[in-house]
Write a protein that binds this ligand. Structure first.
Ligand code: PLZ
Length: 463
């Protein structure tokens, strides 16, 4: 029996009306203004009960979702170009996720892996060890959120090296906990008023081709030179425990480092005994058209952090790395009450199974082949588009005052707002808030994908 079958209310004909998941009608349909009356009512309750510090991209309250759509409480069906920030890679309520979760939740919901273990945790670690870059001996540990995974990767690197310093990049995003706030670059909204921050975090420039002063061709070599000489002069190689980098930066603006930069950085780390940590929390699990963004140039990190796409929407994160580094930590040195919760592990096994069976890395490349040419052609018509970039289904356009590098954040907000009001969820990002990013679920159908791009084109015509 499937989870979906078990939950049917009324007769079969109502099934698609009451359930989310892939059987939801895949169309954009607005039946009220956005947000509709029921969402507005909930929003009022939300304002009286939920802290102001939590904001929303689009204040429609969700009733169900699946494939490439999100249906709100007013019955509007919106195209999803966000995947809940790169999480529902396999789609919302994907069949194999629902099946595994339903089965697990009826067996047991929690024992704490540190109290009494269970096989799902081990199976997720086996999958992570197999799928992450490199065929060396690996170990994994599971946590609840991306930030927690990054914190633990740093703990492990410090323990394994006996060093303190952590090197991070301009435009980096690693989370909202105290250490990861220190590692995150952007002040507003992430850090403003929340200090003091953890120490021994050093920031170096990112290889950002579009904004590199010497131009994109020189970016890889020059950035590598600046980064390694700053580590030498301001940190000291022998003090550096880890270099932490998102192989494609997410929140900071979907910045893709030029070929050669990541391999060069990895070999510098190797030569100096510095742990090379790839934060694949946003770029991992098929998103960029490979299992992990590091695969693109065959870069093999010492430690990899994962979260988001790993479990089809349930909270789960991992650190995977070289066995000798991971096992440098004494028994009891890592853990947490909920890390690797059995229901989240079941979801991950269903999500990973889906990625394998539906060949989602290839699907991400198909999305790129459909979207990228249309974004590039849009850029030739609208000079406000300064750069089109990304890989797979992690694509973005950066908006600038035409002919300059001056960020055009208001234009990005206006385009996003047009999309929202017309039934499509898109996100912005970037240190300057001027990047529109596109993160559709990899299972989105081609007609809906094309319709989403058409809506985006229409948005530009209204600027
Ligand atoms: N590392 C690369 O992208 C999360 C943040 C949303 P958590 N990015 C979305 C927000 O505004 O809070 C992220 C990431 C990278 C780490 C994280 C942190 O992951 O699961 O949100 O803690």
């Amino acid at each position: 029996m499937t989870g979906r079958g078990r939950a049917i209310v009324g007769d079969m004909s109502e099934q698609s009306a009451v359930h989310g998941g892939p059987s939801l009608p895949q169309h954009r349909q607005l039946v009220t203004e956005i947000p509709g009356p029921k969402s507005r009512e909930l929003l009022e309750r939300r304002q009286r009960s939920v802290a102001r510090g939590l904001s929303h991209v689009l204040p429609v309250f969700v009733e169900r979702a699946g494939g490439g759509v999100i249906v709100d409480v007013d019955g509007n069906s919106l195209i999803d170009f966000s995947s809940g920030i790169a999480v529902t890679t396999v789609g919302n309520s994907a069949d194999l996720v629902v099946d595994r979760v339903t089965e697990q939740v009826s067996q047991f919901t929690h024992t704490c892996f540190m109290v009494a273990p269970y096989s799902g945790y081990v199976e997720v670690c086996e999958q992570l060890n197999k799928l992450t870059p490199g065929d060396h001996d690996k170990r994994s540990a599971l946590f609840n959120s991306g930030a927690e995974a990054v914190e633990n990767a740093v703990k492990i690197a410090r323990h394994a090296t006996g060093r303190d310093a952590v090197v991070v990049f301009d435009h980096a995003y690693h989370g909202r906990t105290n250490l990861t706030m220190a590692m995150t670059a952007k002040n507003m909204p992430y850090k403003e008023g929340f200090g003091p921050f953890a120490g021994e975090v050093y920031r170096v420039p990112m290889a950002y081709p579009f904004r590199w002063p010497g131009g994109p061709e020189k970016c890889a070599a020059e950035a590598l030179d600046v980064v390694t000489s700053l580590i030498h002069s301001q940190v000291g190689e022998e003090n550096a425990a880890a270099v932490v980098i998102e192989p494609v930066q997410g929140e900071g603006g979907f910045i893709v480092p030029p070929d050669g930069f990541l391999p060069g950085l990895a070999s510098f780390c190797r030569a100096n005994g510095i742990v090379f940590i790839a934060d694949e929390i946003q770029s991992g699990f098929c998103r960029t058209g490979d299992w992990f963004a590091c695969d693109h140039e065959n870069v093999v990190p010492d430690l990899v952090t994962t979260a988001k796409g790993i479990a089809g929407g349930l909270p789960l994160a991992g650190v995977t790395g070289r066995a000798e580094m991971m096992d440098a930590v004494h028994p009891g040195g890592l853990g947490g009450t909920y890390g690797g919760n059995p229901v989240a592990c079941a979801a991950a096994l269903g999500a990973i199974d889906t990625m394998i069976k539906e060949e989602l890395p290839a699907r991400a490349r198909v999305i790129e082949s459909i979207m990228l040419p249309r974004l590039q052609s849009l850029a030739t018509r609208y000079p406000v588009i300064g750069d089109v970039r990304g890989r797979g289904a992690m694509l973005a356009i950066e908006l600038v005052e035409p002919g300059t590098l001056e960020p055009a954040a208001a234009a990005a907000a206006a385009v996003a707002r047009f999309c929202h009001l017309n039934g499509m969820i898109t996100l912005t990002c970037g240190t300057f808030g001027n990047v529109l990013r596109f993160l559709p679920p990899l299972v989105i159908g081609q007609p809906l994908l094309e319709e989403g791009i058409s809506l985006l084109e229409e948005a530009f015509s209204t600027l």
